[in-house]
Design a protein around this ligand. Structure first.
Ligand code: ADP
Ligand code: ZN
Length: 200
């Protein structure tokens, strides 16, 4: 006897610094879901229109159409009843209401794929990202290439001193850096072992 079972919902998170390929990975998963003929909806925060107002776009100019939304309430209103895959880019910019919304979607059998910055440019956990990471079944943490030394980069460095935690920009304002190069090393900086700053 064939028992028809409802597809189990899941929460997947793709995180890492800017330029690590989060949007590329999100777009790759969405293209595969489209090949599988699944009903997809993609969203992004309205404030992030760096490359495209109506698409998830990567720094390498790959894109997938997405609806810009102001907050989790607007996103909930736009959800279609028969959607199977929901993708949300730049999750760090969303309000706390997104947490219960993504859990409810996953509980109802939807595959929810989230992408966002795990850390802000000061190296602090960014917005609701720690909570979504803790709740997810699958987590992918990507690295970019450090613009200073070529190592794997886990941090985003802001080249200007202005602005609070949210300052929307791209390569004009930010670059990817490894843990060491993210600290602005000055000659007088004392490291843990008492030596002066720098590494290697
Ligand atoms: P994210 O969504 O994580 O910001 P994207 O998917 O938009 O990343 O962009 C990744 C692309 O950015 C890479 O494939 C590469 O073409 C480009 N890129 C530019 N600077 C860097 C860097 N420092 N390290 C890695 N990739 C970079
Ligand atoms: Zn480095």
């Amino acid at each position: 006897m064939v028992v028809e079972r409802q597809r189990p919902g899941t929460l997947e998170v793709i995180c890492g610094p800017m330029f690590s390929g989060k949007s590329e990975e999100l777009i790759r998963r969405l293209r595969r879901a489209r090949i599988a003929r699944q009903r997809i909806q993609a969203f992004k925060p309205a404030l992030d229109d760096r490359y495209d107002a109506v698409a998830i776009a990567s720094h390498a100019e790959s894109r997938f159409e997405a609806l810009p939304v102001a907050d989790s309430l607007e996103l909930a209103r736009l959800l279609e009843p028969d959607v199977e895959v929901v993708a949300i880019d730049e999750v760090q910019f969303f309000d706390e209401g997104l947490l219960s919304l993504v859990e409810t979607m996953a509980d109802r059998g939807i595959r929810v794929i989230l992408a966002g910055l795990d850390l802000d440019s000061e190296g602090r956990p960014f917005g609701i990202m720690p909570q979504v990471l803790a709740r997810a079944e699958h987590v992918l943490k990507l690295q970019a290439i450090c613009t200073e030394c070529g190592a794997g980069a886990s941090r985003t460095y802001r080249k200007v001193r202005t602005g609070g935690q949210v300052l929307v920009g791209a390569a004009d304002l930010y670059e990817a850096r490894c843990r060491h190069c993210h600290r602005e090393v000055d000659a007088s900086q004392v490291t843990l072992d008492g030596a002066t700053g720098g590494h290697e």
